[in-house]
Design a protein around this ligand. Structure first.
Ligand code: CA
Length: 102
């Protein structure tokens, strides 16, 4: 089991090391892809895992309060631990979605 959570400016990956027993989480690590840390230098990042592209694995969307954008990272891994591809912004009507917090 993989759990993804957030801190003030980075998205953290916390892996459950236990199998069929009580959870035993490893140390958090900063979640990254080939471009660097995921949603680096933003505040109040809110990650959400789901199979957004319908290929059977969990992809990552991250809403960021600071800039209002929703970032998408496709899971390109073939293993249990996710590996995320390049970032793209979620768009509506040809423009990035941006939700102001003000
Ligand atoms: Ca997927």
């Amino acid at each position: 089991m993989v759990r993804i959570t957030w801190c003030s400016c980075l998205v953290l990956l916390i892996t459950n090391l236990a199998v069929a027993q009580f959870p035993n989480f490893g140390w958090p690590c900063w979640l990254s892809n080939a471009e660097g840390y995921i949603v680096y230098d933003n505040v109040c990042s809110v990650p959400c895992l789901d199979d957004w592209d319908g290929d059977g694995d969990a992809d990552l969307m991250v809403g960021v309060m600071y800039d209002g954008y929703v970032y998408y990272y496709e899971n390109i891994s073939t293993e249990v631990i996710p590996q995320f591809g390049p970032v793209s912004l979620i768009e509506a009507d040809g423009a990035p979605i941006s939700v102001s917090y003000a």
